[in-house]
Design a protein around this ligand. Structure first.
Ligand code: UDP
Ligand code: MG
Length: 331
């Protein structure tokens, strides 16, 4: 019997049996009817250039758009099997839409991309190249935020600083959701069922070999941002509270410190009163202490509330998103 020596690929699969590598672009969309055409126009030539080594699917997650987004996507899907669509039953927010994308993506690697072309599509081949060289996560770092407003730049910087001081595991600043994730990473992320989540914090929490490419973030080309500061503040809180319990622990130490100081002060007042008698004036110190401790108490209760509210959300265990319908490929 003759033994045929097979030419084995790096993952020990016979070359002939290796299937084409599939890359999934996850594109969450919310009221983006004007942005879809320009997005596909910009992205298709780039994806074409990577063929035939890399096949791609563009997976739109329609996050409850109330305009013609679904109609526009479905019209682009005619005769184009690379485009797929997942419709959510209402607007669940970008984080949930991304999770729906991770759930439905079939690629060997996935890249979440914003539809507004703020995530520079021309660097995708570079990200894929680094992935093929062995990185399982390839971050796209914004080397320049000058297209963001002064307020956005500074609030973002403050957020990354605070997050990295408090969180158990730091996250790279100026890297958004736009990054390449290997299938193995996606599988880990899919097991992380937390409802309250900031995906980019989880993307760095999972570890794995990480590389990065840089790009200059452009201003939005079509439509308007749906992320106002109130929403960003909510996301920042979710991210921090989901990544650390330090804000709870601070009160143990602060409380202990203040307790010791209070006892010393109480001893002083007690002895002072015994030796020198009752000291009637004292309104100022009294009101100051009441206000300070009252404020601190409320603040600490507020922090507790932030955690308890999120525990409730997790315990209820509602799904993170609800799919109304899916179109494309297998459907
Ligand atoms: N998006 C979404 N659901 C939302 C809000 C936004 O799917 O509730 C999508 C949006 O269509 C876009 C991406 O998330 O593709 C980024 O949104 P946007 O450009 O408004 O955010 P910014 O770039 O200002 O942070
Ligand atoms: Mg944007």
């Amino acid at each position: 019997m003759s033994i045929v020596k097979l030419n084995l690929g790096s993952d020990a699969t016979p070359v002939a049996a290796q299937k084409q590598t599939l890359l999934t672009l996850i594109v969450p969309v919310f009221n983006e009817q004007t942005a879809i055409g320009p997005f596909l126009d910009a992205i298709n030539p780039i994806l074409d250039r990577m063929k035939p080594a890399i096949a791609t699917e563009i997976l739109f997650v329609n996050d409850g758009s109330r305009d013609g987004t679904e109609f526009v996507i479905r019209s682009f899907m005619e005769g184009n099997p690379t485009v797929r669509l997942v419709n959510l039953s209402r607007n669940f927010g970008k984080e949930a839409a991304l999770c729906a994308g991770l759930e439905h993506a079939r690629g060997d690697a996935v890249i979440p991309v914003d539809v507004d072309l703020q995530d520079e599509p021309t660097i995708i081949p570079e990200m894929v190249e680094k992935w093929q060289k062995g990185a399982q996560i390839v971050n796209a770092r914004r080397s320049d935020r000058s297209t963001d407003s002064w307020a956005k730049r500074n609030t973002a910087r403050a957020f990354y600083r605070t997050f990295n001081v408090l969180a158990d595991h730091p996250m790279p600043s100026d890297v958004g959701d736009f990054r390449l994730l290997d299938r193995q990473v996606v599988e880990v992320l899919r097991t992380m069922g937390e409802r309250v989540r900031l995906n980019k914090a989880l993307f760095s929490w999972v570890g794995f070999t990480t590389d990065e490419v840089t790009f200059v973030r452009q201003a939005r080309t079509q439509g308007r941002t749906s992320m106002n500061y109130w929403r960003l503040w909510g996301m920042a809180l979710d991210g921090i509270i989901g990544s650390t319990t330090k804000p709870l622990r601070i009160w143990t130490y602060l409380g202990t410190g203040l307790g010791i100081l209070s006892m010393l002060y109480a001893t002083y007042i007690f002895l002072n009163t015994l030796i020198f008698g009752v000291d009637v004036p004292g309104y100022a110190s009294l009101i100051l202490l009441i206000l300070t401790f009252g404020g601190l108490n409320l603040f600490a209760i507020g922090i507790l509330g932030e955690y308890i509210g999120r525990i409730l959300t997790e315990v209820r265990g509602r799904p993170l998103f609800v799919v109304r319908s899916t179109y494309g490929a297998e459907d």
